[in-house]
Design a protein around this ligand. Structure first.
Ligand code: HEC
Ligand SMILES: [Cu+2]
Length: 380
């Protein structure tokens, strides 16, 4: 190809390429900004990003978040210093026509000592508070609060991971419930966590750190909720086919609501002994015929523990480990076909050792479902 043509091509190319480059830069910048905004949770209020760690709602979650902020700030400083040095060096030692090659060196003791000590100091600044935090959060709740005041003994709650739902027991109150951890605001709770089957992992990020839940072993974690509300989490350790459908949530009540909840849940539901209407009565009968091998309802003949305790299921906001809303449609959907909601779950596929030989509980007619929904929702 004749040379003049080639250089003409190159010249005509130049003005076109610049805007493209600028557009690329703009795109990259706006992408970076939106990623930053999303990362900071600025793009959505905390209620829409419920499994966040950066809007802590308990003392323990604050300890963790403060560590996160410390590390983030240190990392940002390191990032800025390094990037500035790179830009400076690129500019200062750039190629210039006629300048001689700079002096070539190999090894510089002072610099090498410097960049060994520098990162070591940064790591130490991270390690000391991290190790302090780990030891503070582990084990039993502290007997004194931040200002050295003696605090009321922690409220023990047993958390038992099951495939694929959570059982909660309140030994001091004599309460057994499932899937919704109810706690008082302002009182330290101590979770004593174990598993009935495989390893699960418990983590409600706004309230606590993450903790593995293992069979034949009890791990403890404590925290004090600081604000009433409902907080969400998700099983964090692969635990079988329905792992992804094993959510957890905690409901923190102010003192009066907590007291009322305890008073209600420490007793059998009034509707267990005396059904509120005829439909509920049919539901109670169906329950006795088909559900007794797996469920318990306080104050009735149902005392099995293969599935969640249903003594007060009518007052829960969700069922099936946070997967369905506990309204008429949600409950009916579960009873019509639990396998459609959580394929492979143990209500639809009981393990052989439970000795469940019939499938009666899965063969409900529409009117049976209506009656059971009425009965279960009356259990408050
Ligand atoms: C073979 C044992 C078994 C039988 C029989 C059984 N269930 Fe279940 N049930 C379970 C298990 C296990 C779960 C938990 C499923 C999950 O979330 O993984 C469950 C969950 C539930 C839930 C959701 C509870 C919650 O808080 O999440 C309801 C409601 C329920 N069952 C109602 C019934 C009714 C009504 C019957 C009788 C028609 C029945 N079950 C029969 C084992 C059983
Ligand atoms: Cu799990």
């Amino acid at each position: 190809m004749p040379p003049p043509q080639a250089s003409a091509d190159m010249r005509s190319c130049r003005p076109k390429r610049l805007p493209a480059l600028r557009r690329c830069t703009l795109l990259a910048l706006s992408l970076l900004m939106s990623m930053l905004a999303a990362g900071c949770g600025l793009a959505a209020p905390p209620t829409e990003v419920p499994q966040t760690t950066i809007f802590p709602k308990s003392d323990a979650a604050h300890i963790i978040n403060n560590l996160y902020i410390l590390i983030f700030v240190l990392a940002t400083i390191v990032f800025i210093v390094i990037q500035a040095a790179i830009v400076y060096i690129l500019w200062r030692f750039r190629y210039r026509e006629g300048h001689p090659l700079p002096e070539q060196t190999h090894g510089n003791t002072k610099l090498e000592i410097g960049w060994t000590i520098g990162p070591a100091v940064v790591l130490l600044a991270i390690a000391v508070p991290t190790i302090q935090g780990v030891f503070a959060l582990e084990g039993s709740a502290p007997a004194v609060d931040g200002s050295g005041r003696q605090v009321e003994g922690a409220l023990p709650i047993e958390v038992i991971g099951r495939q694929w739902w959570w059982e909660y027991r309140y030994p001091e109150q004599g309460i057994v419930t499932a899937n919704e951890l109810v706690i008082p605001v302002g009182r330290t709770v101590e979770l004593q966590m174990t598993s009935r089957d495989v390893v699960h992992s418990y983590w409600i990020p706004q309230l606590m750190g993450k903790q593995d839940v293992m069979p034949a072993h009890v791990n403890t974690l404590w925290f004090t909720a600081q604000e009433a509300g409902q907080y969400w989490g998700q099983c964090g350790e692969y635990c079988g086919i329905e792992h992804a459908m094993m959510r957890m949530n905690a409901i923190a009540y102010e003192q009066a609501d907590w007291d009322a909840w305890v008073a209600r849940n420490a007793q059998p539901s009034p509707a267990a002994a005396q059904q509120t209407n005829e439909l509920a009565e049919q539901g109670a009968q169906l329950f006795t015929q088909r559900c007794l091998t797996c469920h318990a309802i306080a104050g009735t003949a149902a005392q099995a523990r293969n599935g969640p305790d249903l003594s007060h299921v009518g007052s829960r906001t969700t069922i099936a480990a946070g997967i369905l809303r506990n309204d008429t449609e949600g409950m009916a959907r579960w009873l019509r076909d639990p396998d459609e909601v959580k394929p492979g779950n143990y209500m639809a596929h009981p393990p052989a050792e439970w000795g469940v030989t019939t499938r009666d509980h899965l063969l409900l007619r529409p009117q049976d479902v209506d009656a059971l929904v009425e009965y279960l929702h009356s259990l408050k």
